[in-house]
Design a protein around this ligand. Structure first.
Ligand SMILES: Nc1ncnc2c1ncn2[C@@H]1O[C@H](COP(=O)(O)OP(=O)(O)OP(=O)(O)O)[C@@H](O)[C@H]1O
Length: 263
């Protein structure tokens, strides 16, 4: 079911092998008795051109890991590398540029701009980066997430699920090398969710992009090449070629109510 080693052999000495990796990453919140180690010595690599799901009980550090990989949160110790770029060496301005040019985000808060239409929200990152979008790809992305007839609407005129689809289309439109997704199907019905997951799969298979997705859903994790399990801020396990049933069985070893898995 799972490999013998719970930790990837990630190392700063292996540039290029991983789209992103952490090396002995620690993220502590608070001090003294109230200190919480959201990440507690996490060394993990996310190979280029692969789809990895991150799972684990609530509070295990999944979102913190994603935020630190994106440079949206800062480590207390250790390193985060994107390709061979050590995020700890970058200025705020350089971090902003790296996020804009190399990462696509699909987070729970959709972060859409309310005054722009759905279509404008999708193309905004490219406009900001000064890059030209491939119209065929954008059309495919927009069609695949089922937004075709909603492009002229503003986010406030869209349902939560529709807003999430805009966020997914926005993340894919520029074909960034790394897509970070936090519960990308959380607000979608199962059919739309399957479309979004299939689209992320296609981004990996057809375009060689790297997807890293936090999810509580074993079915969603079944789309990934690898599942990494976090528990108490540490890498607890990993699984290659996951099936929803195998993932569910593994999750049963964790605290089910906290893991948000309903049986
Ligand atoms: N800004 C913060 N200040 C203090 N503690 C925090 C902060 N952010 C996260 N934590 C704590 O760090 C731990 C990990 O949180 P995190 O949100 O990464 O978990 P998660 O696995 O994503 O949880 P969930 O599945 O519920 O979203 C938790 O104990 C949380 O309370």
């Amino acid at each position: 079911m799972s490999s013998s080693s719970p930790v990837f052999p990630a190392s700063a000495a292996e540039p290029g092998r991983y789209a992103a990796c952490t090396v002995h990453a620690v993220r502590a919140y608070g001090t003294g008795d109230t200190e919480v180690r959201a990440l507690d010595d996490v060394t993990v690599g996310f190979p280029s051109g692969r789809y990895t799901a991150v799972m684990g009980p609530s509070g295990s550090g999944k979102s913190t890991l994603l935020h630190c990989l994106a440079g949206l949160d800062t480590l207390t110790g250790g390193q985060v590398l994107l390709g061979d770029t050590d995020l700890g060496t970058l200025s705020d301005k350089q971090l902003t540029r790296l996020r804009r040019d190399r990462i696509g985000f699909v987070f729970q808060a959709f972060n859409l701009l309310p005054t722009l239409t759905a279509g404008e929200n999708v193309t905004l990152p490219a406009a900001l980066a000064g890059t030209t979008l491939d119209p065929e790809w954008v059309e495919r992305v927009v069609g695949a997430v089922g937004l075709g007839d909603r492009l002229g609407h503003r986010p406030g005129e869209l349902s939560g699920g529709q807003q999430q689809r805009v966020a997914v289309a926005r993340a894919l439109a520029t074909r960034p090398e790394l897509i970070l997704a936090d519960e990308p199907t959380g607000n979608l019905d199962s059919r739309s969710g399957a479309e979004v997951l299939g689209l992320l799969r296609e981004a990996v298979d057809s375009l060689g992009q790297t997807v890293l997705m936090v999810t509580h859903d074993p079915v969603a994790a079944g789309y990934a090449d690898t599942v990494v399990f976090l528990a108490d801020g540490r890498i607890a396990d990993r699984m290659e070629s996951p099936t929803p049933q195998a993932v569910l069985d593994r999750m049963k070893a964790f605290d089910l109510p906290k893991a948000g898995v309903s049986l």
